[in-house]
Ligand binder design. Structure first.
Ligand code: UDX
Ligand code: ADP
Length: 458
């Protein structure tokens, strides 16, 4: 069978995998290949046990894999045989040298650009999907356009806005698709080619275009605004705890202003995930680079408040439990950075677990999907940690439970039984405010929500 378009994606991670599965699903007339340097990851994409958990992903991949979606480690053949290349390799925060801890580590991206340069026998459209610092596309263009045989590359920015846990529905019905290109004839043609791919299922009015730098910056700014909302509500949750106000009531009242809106106002133990912190730090680095120190400090405070919120959670636990956690058994409900994913990157649970171990508590970590990652995150950390998937069994014999991820399964547990199996007085710290605090208090728990007065038995 001949396909109308041959599309390649380099990087089979949380972004590349689901995005390409959706394109293959919506466009049976395109052939989509996903390549990765990691052979285990590719083997997992080709197996019944996909390497990432994402609701609905198994079904979509099951339908299209082997039909018009293929996973492979042959990067050279992939580049040679496809004219449209998405790049979604990882761009973690740099851990060494200049800009360490702030800017993105672009070594994987640059390596990919050089592979594209080396293995291409025909012109290509190269699309940035990974979140990158502004002006990365320019660097890519410079690397790619040093061929002497006249083969040209058009670099586009097409940031992905999907959120983990709802990736499939975000991809199926995106708020917008953003395509940044050069405003030259070639750039505009490449932009139109990419727009045509999305137009197979996304209404044209939701496909918006801009210059490349605006597109790159929009991604950073979207994530910065979202994270800022969470830090804003979390900052106010600290005040609520002092002032005996209730953060849920405040968020409700504030969110009903149609200019503000109700979403992303859930106070929590802090935001995690691979994007928010990384993107804000990128933005901060960029501002400092341009001498905008006040702007940099403004955005940096979003990250500061996030860490403050996590540290506050530990202080609340310590204060509640008589200022000592040494030798106490504490159960963590949830380790993923949010519900419906197994991803633990930058999860507040990592920080909380480490801090609790520093206080010499013994941990029992529970999560329906993230225990493998949790083990890797806590490998080598001193202290006692057990991993128990079942939330009820995990809490048995514990002095306290700290709910860190808003998994639905934690709402519907047999709390009477859990209470009866715990060391008394039993403490419950709800880092997501998803439980029925009044009912739990009546059962006998000492309940500590975020941003609300605690319910304590004296
Ligand atoms: C985010 C952006 O939403 C997405 O558009 C972008 O493409 C990637 O980064 P993601 O990190 O996958 O997506 O998840 P998101 O739903 O944004 O949650 C991020 C963190 O904020 C999670 O830890 C979540 O629990 C937390 N959060 C979210 C809150 O603490 N309170 C809220 O009200 C909302
Ligand atoms: P994201 O959340 O942005 O998708 P992930 O870390 O989940 O990030 O995925 C990025 C993927 O990119 C990883 O599977 C990694 O092995 C892959 N990768 C990194 N560098 C290269 C490269 N040069 N060629 C192909 N794949 C790469």
């Amino acid at each position: 069978m001949t396909f109308e378009k041959n599309i390649l994606c380099i990087g089979a991670g949380y972004v590349g995998g689901p995005t390409m599965a959706m394109i293959a699903h919506k466009c049976p007339h395109y052939r989509v290949t996903v390549v990765d340097v990691n052979p285990e990851r590719i083997a997992a994409w080709n197996s019944a046990q996909l390497p990432i958990f994402e609701p609905g992903l198994d079904a979509v991949v099951g339908k299209v894999r082997g039909r018009n979606l293929f996973f492979s480690t042959d990067i050279e053949a992939g580049i040679r045989d496809n004219d449209i290349i998405f790049v979604s390799v990882n761009t973690p925060t740099k851990s060494f040298g200049l800009g360490a801890g702030m800017t993105a580590d672009l070594q994987y991206w640059e390596k990919t650009a050089r592979q594209i340069l080396a293995f291409s026998h025909s012109p290509k459209i190269v699309i940035e999907k990974s979140t990158l610092p502004v002006k990365t596309a320019l660097a890519m263009e410079r690397i790619l356009n040093c061929r002497e045989d006249g083969i040209c590359f058009d670099v586009l920015s097409n940031p992905e806005f999907l959120a983990e846990g709802s990736a499939l529905s975000d991809l199926e019905e995106p708020d917008r698709i953003l395509i940044g290109s050069r405003e030259t004839d070639r750039g505009l043609r490449a932009r139109a080619t990419l727009a045509d791919i999305y137009a197979n299922w996304v209404p044209r009015e939701r496909i918006i275009t801009s210059n490349i730098w605006s597109s790159e910056l929009s991604k950073l700014v979207s994530n910065a605004f979202l994270a800022q909302r969470i830090s804003s509500i979390n900052a106010i949750s600290a005040l609520c705890e002092k002032a005996e106000a209730d953060i849920t009531e405040v968020a409700r009242a504030v969110g009903m202003d149609s200019r503000i809106g109700p979403k992303f106002l859930n106070a929590s133990v802090g935001f995690g995930g691979s994007c928010f912190k990384k993107d804000i730090l990128n933005l901060v680095y960029l501002c400092r680079h341009y001498g905008l120190d006040e702007v940099a400090a403004y955005w940096e405070s979003v990250v500061t408040i996030n860490r403050f919120q996590q540290e506050r959670f530990i202080e609340t636990m310590l204060g509640a439990m008589f200022n000592t956690l040494a030798g106490k058994k504490i159960c963590l409900w949830g380790f993923a950075f949010k519900a419906n994913t197994g991803d633990t990157r930058e999860s507040p649970a990592i920080f909380i677990a480490r801090r609790l171990l520093e206080e010499q508590a013994e941990l029992v970590v529970s999560d329906p999907k993230a225990l493998l990652n949790a083990r890797a995150d806590l490998a080598g950390v001193d202290g006692s940690v057990r991993y128990v998937e079942d939330a009820t069994l995990a809490a048995e014999g514990c002095h306290a439970v700290a709910l860190l991820t808003e998994w639905d399964c934690y709402r519907h547990l047999d709390f009477e039984r859990i209470f009866g199996s715990m060391v008394q007085p039993a403490f419950l710290f709800d880092g997501r405010n998803i439980l029925d605090h009044g009912r739990l208090y009546e059962m006998g728990f000492n309940v500590y929500p975020v941003g609300k007065p605690p319910l304590v038995h004296f």
